[in-house]
Structure formats: C-alpha cells, structure tokens
Design a protein around this ligand. Sequence first.
Ligand SMILES: Nc1ncnc2c1ncn2[C@@H]1O[C@H](COP(=O)(O)OP(=O)(O)OP(=O)(O)O)[C@@H](O)[C@H]1O
Ligand SMILES: CC(C)(CO)[C@@H](O)C(=O)NCCC(=O)O
Ligand SMILES: [K+]
Length: 243
Amino acid sequence: MSDLVNSSTKNTLLLDVGNSRMKYAIKVSGAPLLAKHCKDIEDIPELNNAIDKVVLGSVKNNELTQKTILACQQRGIEVVEVTTQSSEFEICCAYVHPENLGVDRWLAILAARLHTQLPVAVIDAGTALTCDLVVENRHLGGWIVPGFSMMREAVTSKADRVFGDSLRPTQLRLGTSTQECVNMGCLAALSGIVNEAHRLLSTHNQHYCIYICGGDSDLLASQVDHNVIIKPNLVLEGLGRFA
Ligand SMILES: Nc1ncnc2c1ncn2[C@@H]1O[C@H](COP(=O)(O)OP(=O)(O)OP(=O)(O)O)[C@@H](O)[C@H]1O
Ligand SMILES: CC(C)(CO)[C@@H](O)C(=O)NCCC(=O)O
Ligand SMILES: [K+]
C-alpha cells in the first residue's frame, strides 16, 4: 500500500474489472494513481482494512460482476457501479444504445477529457483493442478489434501451418519466419488502427492527441510521437471522477 494511504481514515478503491484481469488503485487526492493487478477481488488485501468505498466498472458478465460487488458489501463497503450513460460530464455517447458501449471505453473517454480539450482518440489495448474518437465533447464512435494475444491466437489456431511463439515485438519490421510474421503482422494490424486514428483526427484539427492505455500499450510504444501519449491508467482515472 502506498505511504500516502491513510489506514485510520477510510479510502476509496477504484476497480476496473477487465476481461483478463482486474486493475485497482486507491484514490489519494492530488497524487497519481498507483495501479495494481489481480485475478480476483479476494486477492486485494486492502479490501480488509483501509477501504470504505469501492467505485467499479466491469465488462465481465453479470455473474462475475455481482460476485465482486457482493464480496465488497459483505465487508460493509459501499459500492458504486459505474455504467455507460448517454451523457456524463457534458460528454455525449455516440451509441444509439449507450448501455452497450463497454464501460471501460466510456471511462477512458471521460478520463481523456481531464487531460485535453483537443480532438482525441482513446485507444485501449487490452484483451480486445478499442479506439474511440472524441471531438468537442462528442464521442463520434469507435472501433473494436481483437487485441494482440487474441489475434495471434486466432491465426495460429485456425490455420494449420501457422504457428506462433510467446514473444512480444518491440519494433515493427518484416518477419522472416512464421512466428515473426505472425507477431509483426498482428503488430502491423494494431498500428494500422493508430494510423487511421491519426488520419481521421487530422481531418478535424491540425492539433489533436492520441492516448493509449491497457495491458498491451507497451507494444504500441514504437508508435509514440508528439501526438501519441501512453496514459496507462485512463480507465481507473475515469472511475476517479465518480469517487
Ligand atoms: N501479467 C499480465 N496478465 C495478463 N495480461 C497481461 C499481463 N501483462 C501484459 N498483459 C497483456 O495485457 C493484455 C490485457 O490487457 P488489460 O489488462 O488491459 O486487459 P483487460 O482489461 O483484461 O481486457 P480489456 O481491457 O479488453 O477488458 C493481454 O492481452 C496481455 O497481452
Ligand atoms: C470491447 C471490450 C471487450 C474492450 O474491453 C469492452 O469494452 C466490451 O465488452 N464492450 C462491449 C461492446 C461495445 O463496447 O460495444
Ligand atoms: K474487456
């Protein structure tokens, strides 16, 4: 636990329940978030003493979400579950059915607006990779594609002679073996999303930002330039707006 966390007064835990793992941080006003990962709510030791409120967003099914909420309530902790709305903090969601937009995407959008008022693409490179565009407080829409691991798994499991490894490329180049062609190909596909975001945003304004978050954001680090910034904790920061 961070030294800044005071265990005599109670604290708020921000909890992002993702498809492959949970991310959490204790909200300390004025301090940057110190994010940790875990598999299950029971793996969060802080839950047993320093926390009196949990603000969570979940993209998992109802059963796992309810189990997580119940584990908090059984400890006497107040739970606030954030869900996607048609508009929040004056930002409008592009979906006709906003409840279908993953709350992780919505939270990352809400957090991005704390950092910039420029047109922005919010890319979350997780189990799936998503890209959402926000211009002048309007969410314009986005893209969903398989994330790096899912994409590699798809091509190696569905094509008989295509095999892979577990390496993570650091720089995009051409592959000269099957495994390398798979790794570089998946990276090229995801880089294509970043490039398309550049292209679309530049039609709105000469100045814009692209923010990248999620467990695979390091893979896209070679795409980083003056417009592209890795912001690892956007989803948790979005939850912080509800704490
Ligand atoms: N220790 C780790 N455990 C799980 N995934 C990891 C780990 N380190 C890096 N990753 C990468 O992070 C990706 C998952 O990212 P993240 O934790 O942001 O996803 P998630 O929140 O579970 O999924 P999503 O954001 O799609 O809901 C995996 O595809 C994997 O490639
Ligand atoms: C796309 C993911 C899996 C990304 O984590 C998540 O945001 C989700 O489950 N979304 C629901 C579908 C949608 O956003 O339209
Ligand atoms: K997810």
